[in-house]
Each structure stands twice: as C-alpha cells, then as structure tokens.
Design a protein around this ligand. Structure first.
Ligand code: ADP
Length: 356
C-alpha cells in the first residue's frame, strides 16, 4: 500500500507539479558572480522575476532584454538542496522502471560539474541521487528488491574510456557500443560496480573523477573537452507479483559548449572542438526530434547519442540543465546556451515582458 501511494505520488509530482506535457524538461541554473568578476566590477546580465520560477531575462549592453522560459530557473543563491528537490522526482523514477537521462550543458566554468558532481561540502545531483535511491529502496523492503550498479565513463574525441578500471595507470581498453537484444545498446567490458552504501558510492565517484584526469597534462582543460557519464543500473523485483525490471539512469556532465577562438583552432584542438560540436549538436538534434515527435531521431550521429539511444525517447525521461554565467563578459556564450536549450525544448523565447 505504502509503495503504491508513494509511486502514485511521484507520478503526480512528475506530471502535475512540474506542469508540462512530454518527457523532456529543461532547467536553467545561473551561477553566482565569482570573486574575480566582482573585483573587476562586473555586473550581472541576468534578471529574475521573483514571482515567476521559470523565467529569466538577459540584459544586453544596449539595455534591450530578452526573455527565456524553462521548466524551472535556479538563481545564483539557490543551493544544491534546492536543485535536488526539483530533480528528485525525475531521477527516482528509475526505481519504477523508467530509463532516465540528465545532462548538464553550458560553457566551461558555468557550474556543470558543480551541479552534477559538486564538492565534498556541497555534494551534487550524482551523490544525492544515489543516496535517495538507497533511501527509497530501504523503505520498500519487503515489497521490492533492488540491486544497484554504477559505471562511469568518459567520451573524448569520440572514444569511450572506462573510469572505474582497477588500475587507472594502465592504458584503458578501448570500448565500443554493441547492439544487444530488444534494440538496446551495451558497452561490453565496461566496469559495473554493485553498490550497497552511500559511502561506497562517494568513494567510487571520487576515484572516477580522479581517473578522468589521468594521462592529461592539464586536468581542467581536458575535463572541459570530454563528456563524463555516470550510469546507474537498477534491477528491481516486485516481491508480490514477481515482476522484474532493469532500467538505466544516466547522469552526464557534458563537454564545454563554448565556441573556440579562431587563433586557437589548430591541430589537436581543432579536432577536439569538431568532435565536441558534433556530439553536442547531435544531442540537440536528438532531443528536439523527440520533443517535436518527429519520426526520425538521428541517434547514430555521435557516440554520445548512440550510447544513450535506449535511454532517450519513448517512455524515457530527459532533463537538461542549461548552466549559465551572469558575467557580462560571457553574454555571447550565455545567449548561445539559452538559445540552444530553448530550441531543444521546443519553447520559443520572446521579447521581454512589459514591466508592471
Ligand atoms: P564547469 O563544469 O561548467 O566547467 P564548474 O562546475 O567547474 O564549471 O564551476 C566553475 C567554478 O564555479 C567552480 O569553482 C565551482 O565551484 C563554482 N560554482 C559553479 N556553480 C556554482 C554555484 N551555483 N554556487 C557556487 N559556486 C559555483
């Protein structure tokens, strides 16, 4: 009874409180101005409306304003708890057998990693999700039995790398996407760690994050140019009717969406930025094809979308965080990200509303 109540409450939350049809949501999160920006006397180009939780306005240098609407807008002062409170109904639906994908999209330095991974003091969506999954599965003891598995991988220049290999100093094996039964995709050889406790999860997430930087001279730079994917696999068994489910939750910290300057674009860097552009636009194309319910969904155009194919579309739930900077110097990139996210969601952005 408790389980049924709880699961219908989650459905209600998902379908009604977050008032939108369809399975694709876009949340926008704006980081605070940082110390350097404050010292430089930068001002914020982002305005929020205290009565509208889903709107923001961007003020350009000529004082013109452009309004954007999303499913939810987080202000600089909103903390990790506030973000997770909105995200929770989506991520926990993996326990009800849904496949779920969450992406953090935006320019480097806008808080993608902060939102997903967080810091030891301000843990992000990844850790909080696992914590909540353990919590709910404990609550359902006797009705449902769950097994949770975690994998972590990186996609860099269209190559897939396992981030949970035992000895991260060894050159990692090359991973490929294979088609499995029922139109699902698998990555044979990818480490899947069974997890039992939140502490274990925290250690795994830390070691995965560390493995991400191995082999690169500049860890920050590399992480901004690769996609980092955390996959949570949930195997569930209903102890009353014997019904079994297996579902995936993907938590993705995408490569920085910034366009690179003409001078820098040479050699290795050119190749990297071409791969990033290709995969981010492939992702945008897939999501907007799904949002517009168009027949053909171009999953095969990048490793990222190909791997996520069975977790995007159909009954799956998708959430994109579009991360932005309030700094006037980042205005161009901010508008690009907001336009991208609006296109993805199929929501038209418009001129500013008249001030009352
Ligand atoms: P990205 O992953 O997009 O490159 P980061 O997550 O590394 O960006 O964020 C850049 C810096 O800004 C980090 O020092 C991070 O801790 C800080 N930061 C980002 N978002 C917030 C926020 N909402 N509140 C406080 N600090 C933030």
């Amino acid at each position: 009874k408790k389980y049924i109540d709880e699961s219908s409450e989650r459905k209600r939350l998902y379908n009604e409180v977050i008032e939108l049809k369809g399975n694709i949501r876009v949340f926008c999160r704006c980081r605070p101005l940082n110390q350097a920006e404050i010292t430089n006397g930068s001002s914020s180009v982002v305005e929020f409306d205290s009565s509208q939780e889903n709107e923001l306005q961007i003020v350009s240098s000529d004082s013109s304003k452009k309004q954007f609407k999303f499913d939810f807008v987080f202000k600089p002062e909103d903390n990790q708890e506030a973000v997770f409170a909105q995200t929770k109904p989506i991520v926990t639906s993996v326990l009800d057998g849904y496949n779920v994908c969450i992406f953090a999209y935006g320019q480097t330095g806008t808080g993608k990693t902060f939102t997903m991974e967080g810091t030891p003091e301000n843990r992000g969506v990844n850790y909080r999700t696992l914590e909540e999954l353990f919590h709910i599965s404990k609550d359902r003891t006797g009705v449902m039995r769950y097994e949770l598995f975690v994998s972590m991988l990186e996609v860099y220049n269209e190559k897939i790398r396992d981030l949970l290999v035992e000895n991260s100093n060894q050159p990692s094996k090359k991973l490929e996407i294979k088609h499995a039964a029922e139109g699902t995709q698998e990555v044979p050889g990818l480490t899947e760690a069974r997890v039992y406790t939140t502490e274990e999860v925290w250690e795994l997430l830390k070691s995965g994050a560390k493995a991400r930087s191995v082999g690169s001279t500049n860890a920050n730079e590399l992480s901004s140019r690769s996609h980092c994917l955390l996959r949570v696999t949930v195997k569930g068994e209903n102890l009353i009717n014997g019904h079994k489910t297996k579902s995936h939750l993907w938590l993705v910290d995408l490569a920085g969406s910034e366009r690179v300057g003409k001078i820098e674009v040479e050699g290795e860097r050119l190749k990297e930025s071409q791969f990033i552009n290709k995969s981010l636009s492939a992702l945008g194309d897939v999501i907007s094809a799904l949002a517009s319910k168009s027949g053909h969904v171009p999953y095969r155009n990048s490793k990222l979308t190909h791997m996520l194919q069975s977790s995007l579309g159909g009954d799956c739930k998708t959430l994109m965080f579009v991360q932005i900077s309030p700094n006037s110097g980042d205005l161009g990139e901010t508008l690009c990200s907001l336009n991208f996210a609006s296109r993805v969601r199929g929501i038209e952005s418009g001129p500013a509303r008249k001030q009352a």
